[in-house]
Design a protein around this ligand. Structure first.
Ligand code: A2P
Length: 272
């Protein structure tokens, strides 16, 4: 089962090697989805203030028969919330929504607001990062990181701040292997978390993926999620369906290096 395997951040904190993603799961469905994930052995749940489901994600975790230290919770600072004080405030809102005392991982959701993709927010990202460093040093977060950050976005933090991000959560799936960024993160001991490991579901109908999955006697989704692990990235599959939630954590096989190479050559289905 997924939850007995971990990645280890550069500060020694361990993170279960598969997370349950909750992006696009509305608050009304989040309670049931997270409960189902916990029931089936997931111990790592990924949310964000921007997903507007923290309340029911937190309630599901609190209501479940699992102690706080045995579940790993990630949330994210909204992409448009940049600056020192607003970061501290957003963090308080998140832990209050979740009903927890601390977070395991807190990420800057994106280097720019979603309606201004590409805008240079270097200075305000540095301010946010300093606030996150404070929360980390105060013991309110066990690990801090970023999401959707490029090499240069990360480099700006490395140049100006004390703590190297422990994680960068990025879109990563067959056809989008982010080789340069992955290499950069590995070099700096930054764990890459793979969101949309199924290309939001769009890759699952590919005849080539189906054929290779059949060769390993697994489903296309399992092949896609395993691919992330083969690259040393931490997949965050999401589903609201129990059978698929279970399926997505059963990854006890490996893909041969030759087949990983074949998959690396795939075109990005989402850029077509
Ligand atoms: P559903 O919630 O109905 O299972 P990603 O993780 O890349 O964002 O993809 C999520 C999408 O893939 C959702 O639409 C989800 O739908 C679907 N999905 C998740 N797991 C599976 C699976 N094992 N087989 C088929 N579709 C899946």
């Amino acid at each position: 089962m997924a939850n007995d395997r971990f990645f280890t951040f550069h500060n020694g904190v361990k993170i279960p090697d598969i997370g349950f993603g909750t992006w696009q799961i509305p608050n009304e469905e989040a309670y049931a989805a997270v409960t189902t994930a916990l029931k089936n052995g997931y111990t790592h749940i990924d949310t964000a203030l921007a997903y507007q489901n923290e309340e029911n994600v937190g309630k599901a975790i609190r209501d479940f028969d699992i102690s706080r230290e045995n579940v790993f919770i990630t949330s994210k600072l909204p992409a448009q919330t940049k600056g020192y004080d607003v970061t501290l405030e957003a963090f308080e809102e998140t832990i209050s929504n979740l009903g927890v005392e601390y977070l395991d991982l807190y990420l800057i959701h994106a280097p720019w607001p979603w309606d201004e993709i590409g805008k240079d927010c270097t200075e305000s990202n540095i301010e946010s990062w300093k606030a996150m460093e404070k929360l980390y040093k105060d013991g309110k977060i066990r690990a801090i990181g970023v999401s959707n950050f490029s090499e240069s976005d990360i480099q700006a933090l490395l140049d100006a701040c004390d703590i190297v991000p422990m994680a960068n959560q990025i879109p990563f799936y067959i056809g989008r292997d982010q080789a340069g960024l992955l290499q950069f993160c590995k070099h700096h001991n930054i764990i890459v978390e793979a969101y949309s490991p199924l290309a939001t579901g769009q890759i699952l109908d590919s005849a080539e993926i189906k054929e290779m999955a059949a060769k390993y006697s697994v489903t296309p989704a399992q092949l896609c999620i395993r691919y992330c692990l083969e690259h040393g990235t931490l997949p965050l599959p999401k589903s609201t369906n129990e059978a698929r939630i279970i399926e997505n954590s059963q990854l006890d096989f490996s893909i041969s290096p030759e087949d990983v190479e074949k998959l690396d050559a795939f075109e990005d289905v989402r850029s077509k």
